[in-house]
Write a protein that binds this ligand. Structure first.
Ligand code: CO
Length: 134
C-alpha cells in the first residue's frame, strides 16, 4: 500500500542553523525557510536525490512540535512520511486493521498542499507516521 518515502522530518530548535548545517557541512541542496502558520512550524526542505528531509522549527506558542523539542532540546527525528495513492482507502484499511489515526481521522491539507494523515506512533514501532496522497 505505501509507496515512496516522501520525507523524513527532523524537529530542530533553530531551522536556519539546521539549514546551514545541511547546506555547508553536508553539501545538500536546501530551500529557504518558509513559515507555515496553519501547522505551527517553519520548514526548510533538504532535497536529496531519492527523498527529502524536512527541517521543522516550532512557530507560535501552540506548535505541535513544541513538546517534542522540550523532550529533545537539540532536535530529533519527528516523523516519517510515506506516499499513498488514495489516502481515504489507506485510512480505512489501517483503521480496519486496528491502527489509530491522530486527530479526528480525517485527512487534512498538509504543509505541501496535499492531503495528509498522521498515524499513532505506538502502532508503528514508536515512529510517528505521516501518509501523504500524491
Ligand atoms: Co511531514
Amino acid at each position: 500500500m505505501i509507496g515512496k518515502l516522501n520525507h523524513v522530518a527532523i524537529a530542530v530548535p533553530d531551522v536556519e542553523a539546521a539549514a546551514a548545517l545541511y547546506r555547508d557541512m553536508l553539501g545538500a541542496k536546501v530551500s529557504g525557510a518558509t513559515p507555515v502558520p496553519d501547522h505551527g512550524v517553519t520548514t526548510v526542505f533538504v532535497e536529496l536525490p531519492n527523498t527529502k528531509i524536512e527541517l521543522l522549527e516550532p512557530l507560535g506558542a501552540d506548535s505541535p512540535i513544541a513538546k517534542f523539542l522540550e523532550k529533545n532540546p537539540s532536535g530529533g527525528m519527528h516523523h516519517i512520511c510515506y506516499e499513498v495513492e488514495d489516502i481515504h482507502a489507506a485510512r480505512d484499511h489501517l483503521l480496519a486493521k486496528g491502527a489509530r489515526a491522530l486527530g479526528d481521522g480525517e485527512p487534512k491539507i498538509g504543509a505541501h498542499g496535499k492531503p495528509v494523515l498522521f498515524l499513532h506512533p505506538k502502532d508503528f514501532c514508536g515512529t510517528l507516521v505521516e501518509l501523504e496522497e500524491v
